[in-house]
Design a protein around this ligand. Structure first.
Ligand SMILES: CC(C)(COP(=O)(O)OP(=O)(O)OC[C@H]1O[C@@H](n2cnc3c(N)ncnc32)[C@H](O)[C@@H]1OP(=O)(O)O)[C@@H](O)C(=O)NCCC(=O)NCCS
Length: 173
């Protein structure tokens, strides 16, 4: 299993089927899923499908939404990393509630960005969030992203953020 990077407190690594139970517990939590898609918790079969998709990506192109492991305990904390959408790379993150509020989100996302850029040469990275997800938007800002646009999905507004260095024409507001 590939370890992509270690930080002071975290390990960003590949996924394995051993992660399914811990990931299922994370996405069964309504608070974690509150600002994601329809806001509903997900079940174990959805967790397993996600982990299998990540394993497929790591075996083919190497990058995906990297698994985040708590270095001291070995626990799976969630993910941070990239997904290919229509013509752009979506940068996303999700941590179990046990790990909120201690700076892990920013630490994990900064590390994932470093891996994406340095190891895999990724460009054209965007992130999106519901505007009321203040923690997520703060992580975008702290990573140096700026507001690009807004879009409507199922009648709700999403804000889209990007990196100025990915946008030489300067479309940012
Ligand atoms: C978003 C998430 C990753 C934040 O993780 P975290 O470890 O608590 O974040 P950090 O501790 O690194 O905090 C990063 C910054 O956001 C701020 N922040 C975090 N949560 C916040 C909240 N709920 N409200 C306001 N600010 C918040 C922190 O104060 C910090 O800013 P600062 O350095 O200026 O003080 C975590 O809450 C999560 O996984 N949420 C559920 C999944 C999700 O919503 N994913 C994003 C979908 S777009």
């Amino acid at each position: 299993m590939t370890t992509h990077v270690r930080t002071e407190r975290l390990v960003l690594r590949d996924w394995s089927l051993d992660d399914v139970d811990a990931y299922a517990a994370i996405i069964a939590d309504p608070e974690v899923m509150r600002f994601i898609g329809d806001g509903k918790p997900r079940d174990r079969s959805q967790a397993e499908a996600f982990v299998r998709t990540m394993m497929s990506h790591q075996n083919t192109r190497g990058w995906m939404r990297f698994a985040i492991e708590h270095a001291a305990s070995g626990r799976l904390m969630g993910f941070s990393g990239f997904d290919d959408k229509d013509g752009y790379l979506d940068f996303g993150w999700r941590l179990g509630r046990d790990f909120w509020g201690g700076g892990y989100g920013f630490e994990a996302c900064s590390a994932a960005l470093w891996v994406g850029r340095t190891t895999f040469g990724l460009t054209g990275i965007l992130a999106q969030s519901y505007p009321e997800n203040a923690g997520s938007i703060r992580i975008m800002e702290k990573m140096g992203m700026s507001h690009v646009s807004e879009k409507q999905v199922d009648g709700r507004t999403l804000v889209v953020y990007g990196f100025p260095e990915d946008d030489p024409d300067g479309i940012h507001e």
